[in-house]
Design a protein around this ligand. Structure first.
Ligand code: AMP
Ligand code: MG
Length: 345
């Protein structure tokens, strides 16, 4: 009964991105203006949104997610021009990247203006901004007539939500509205790029690949544990985790299969329930275990899209241990491996 009373505080509205019900979206936009929390779909994962210019509203995000204040938020806007209001400097290279990749899964970190509160940026003098490639997200920002601060709509350090039901499961009762527009297309978070430094530095791998950024800006680098201050939360060493303990097996081919089978048997013999994340080709290689397929090994976009949802399915099955295959370290595979390594802690 208590659960039920908690749940009725969260309203779920369904909006088809191909046939938007603007009346509903206006209501959600108004809720943002009133300082409420609205979870909404983007092309990466679902976000937990609040008016980025309203400190009280932004504080609700941290409270709902149990997110520490040292983890800054991404501010979502609907067009390039608006960004000048929030940043001190809009470097030419960032403008070029914005024109090429926005709307899209690229977040850029700029020197911030005072208008953006320290709460949003965790006291940093920089602000992370992106234009999402999703009609509902863009519509919500326009209807709200505000920039929307939105981290992923999950409890802090949990896997990000790729379906509205994941948001409900994590945040029911503490978010005012959840907009359900079906599954997210990319399934992993945005790439975070620091454009305040030379060379430009990728702080978090994500939906725009290293390779495609490098084609435009050849000097771009990926920040390593040594070359960066701990400023991107996505950089925390334990993050994006399922409830079950995750083990990432880094061997290749036959060695990988053998190692996974061996580990899985060891845990099974100890009475543990074991789930396995695998590519389609290996579905039948682990008899007797709960195997969840993310996609064909070559189709890294599909593997990225399905990873978080399949991790959640194994959690729902109450697996104690999840053993994951590894994926090729190129394109979206880099982001997949980054998330799996962090989830493994
Ligand atoms: P989430 O949207 O939950 O994936 O979290 C937002 C992520 O954006 C953080 O984990 C950081 O990686 C990144 N971020 C936000 N603001 C900044 C900033 N000012 N500098 C560097 N990274 C940032
Ligand atoms: Mg997150």
């Amino acid at each position: 009964m208590k659960e039920y009373i908690k749940n009725i505080n969260t309203k779920i509205i369904i909006i088809d991105p191909d046939d938007i019900d603007w009346k509903l979206l206006q209501q959600a936009g108004q809720a943002i203006r009133e300082g409420k929390l609205v979870a909404f779909p983007t092309e990466t994962v679902y976000g937990l949104g609040a008016d980025a210019l309203n400190v009280e509203a932004v504080l609700k995000i941290f409270k709902a997610k149990k997110r520490p204040f040292y983890d800054p938020l991404i501010v979502h806007v609907s067009n390039l021009k608006e960004i000048n209001d929030y940043v001190e400097v809009f470097p030419d290279v960032a403008r070029k990247l914005g024109e090429l990749f926005w709307p899209g899964p690229l977040t850029m970190v700029f020197k911030k203006r005072k208008l953006i509160s320290d709460i949003v940026t965790s006291g940093l003098n920089t602000v992370a901004i992106r234009i999402p490639n999703h009609e509902v997200a863009l519509g919500l920002i326009k209807e709200a007539r505000r920039p929307i601060a939105a981290p992923s709509a999950n409890i802090f350090s949990h896997t990000s939500p790729t379906k509205a039901k994941h948001v409900f499961s994590d945040l029911k009762g503490s978010v005012d509205i959840i907009i359900d527009s079906g599954d997210t297309a990319i399934g992993l978070e945005s790439t975070v790029l620091d454009v305040t430094t030379t060379p430009l530095k990728i702080l978090r791998l994500g939906g725009i690949t290293f390779e495609s950024l490098k084609r435009v800006v050849p000097g771009i680098i990926i920040a390593t544990e040594n070359t960066k201050v701990k400023r991107a939360p996505g950089m925390l060493s334990k993050h994006y985790s399922p409830v079950a303990r995750l083990i990432l097996v880094e061997e290749k081919n036959e060695e990988m299969l053998n190692r996974i089978l061996k580990l899985a048997l060891q845990y099974k013999n100890k009475g543990k329930k074991v789930g396995i994340i695998a590519c389609k080709e290996n579905f039948e290689k682990y008899p007797g275990f709960f195997v969840k397929v993310v996609g064909e090994a070559e189709d890294l976009d599909s593997c990225a899209r399905n990873l978080y949802a399949q991790l959640r399915v194994l959690d729902e099955l109450k697996c104690d241990i999840i053993i994951s295959e590894n994926f090729e370290n190129k394109g979206m595979g880099r982001a997949i491996m980054d998330r799996l390594r962090r989830a493994a802690g």
